[in-house]
Design a protein around this ligand. Structure first.
Ligand SMILES: Nc1ncnc2c1ncn2[C@@H]1O[C@H](COP(=O)(O)OP(=O)(O)OP(=O)(O)O)[C@@H](O)[C@H]1O
Ligand SMILES: Cc1ncc(COP(=O)(O)O)c(N)n1
Length: 268
């Protein structure tokens, strides 16, 4: 048994530190997990939007994963912004080759500010390469609609979309409700047998940049430490809820969440 759990994020760099690799590593650190990264793209980004994207060559993405796996080892992995179908295919090949698991897939496609973070036919690439490998996939409502190819207007349709994603090969799915109306932020979990909802009070804030990255990174961190999937999700939900409800108010647009908040709440 290793002394410390190790988690790997394969994602894009967010220069503003609120989402992407930066949010993932901050989350790993706060949850006492050793964080490592394979960067897929560099974004010039702030709270107002994404100013530019430089997609990296799939070869250097593969080499980063090889370097980490062949030396330090990985207890859990998550993906975020994968930028292109070629990078998706490369990452899937490496996950397979190195038998990397548990594997959390955050199907990042568009930034909060509306910028496209994935080129090409995302639906086909995700279904072909990533869903069959996923321990859990964490779409928001828009991503679930897109991947399941259906409209989600109520709880029943959310369940149907979850079933479609399981039928496509994911072991489990959590459809996040951050973009839903209502007093609560309710996420629907389904593992092919049981549905479970994870709910927390909704904070009225525009500072939600990186909530999805933070949530999926927290799930990966807890899985790296050996939690069951429902336990990992419950802890991740508490972590992201604390991060959203203790604002930092940085930047002029959609600001980042507060990764220290969970630690501060734990001390109370
Ligand atoms: N205003 C809020 N108050 C409380 N919880 C929230 C709020 N917004 C989102 N959440 C929670 O944060 C997590 C991430 O959900 P969300 O739907 O925002 O994902 P996302 O759209 O992928 O995030 P991102 O903004 O990074 O793209 C979920 O657990 C969701 O319920
Ligand atoms: C590098 C990178 N990865 C992910 C997101 C999604 O986060 P959000 O939807 O909050 O903008 C992002 N903006 N940038």
């Amino acid at each position: 048994m290793n002394q410390i759990a190790r988690a790997l994020t394969i994602a894009g760099s967010d220069s503003s530190g609120g989402a992407g690799i930066q949010a993932d590593l901050k989350t790993f650190q706060e949850l006492h997990v050793f964080g490592m990264s394979a960067i897929t793209a560099i974004t010039a980004q702030n709270t107002l939007g994404v100013q530019d994207v430089l997609e990296l060559n799939p070869d250097i993405v593969a080499k980063q994963i090889d370097s980490i796996v062949t030396d330090l080892g990985v207890d859990a992995v998550k993906t975020g912004m994968l930028a292109s179908p070629e990078i998706i295919e490369t990452v899937a090949a490496k996950i397979n080759e190195h038998h990397l698991a548990p594997f959390v897939v955050d199907p990042v496609m568009v930034s909060t500010s509306g910028h496209l973070l994935l080129t090409g036919d995302a639906r086909t690439s995700f279904k072909k390469w990533l869903l069959p490998l996923a321990t859990v996939i964490t779409p928001n409502l828009h991503e679930a609609e897109y991947l399941a190819d259906m409209k989600i207007t109520n709880w029943e349709e959310r369940k149907q979309a979850a079933q479609i994603l399981i039928d496509e090969g994911a072991q489990a799915v959590i459809i996040k409700g951050g973009h839903d109306v209502g007093e609560k932020a309710v996420d629907l979990f389904y593992d092919g047998s049981n549905f479970q909802s994870f709910s927390a009070p909704k904070t009225d804030t525009k500072n939600t940049h990186g909530t999805g990255c933070t949530f999926s990174a927290a799930i990966a961190a807890q899985l790296a430490k050996g939690d069951s999937l429902p336990d990992a999700i419950a802890k991740a939900k508490a972590f992201v809820t604390a991060a959203i409800s203790h604002p930092l108010s940085l930047g002029k647009g959609n600001g980042p969440t507060n990764h220290w908040a969970y630690r501060q709440e734990e001390k109370k």
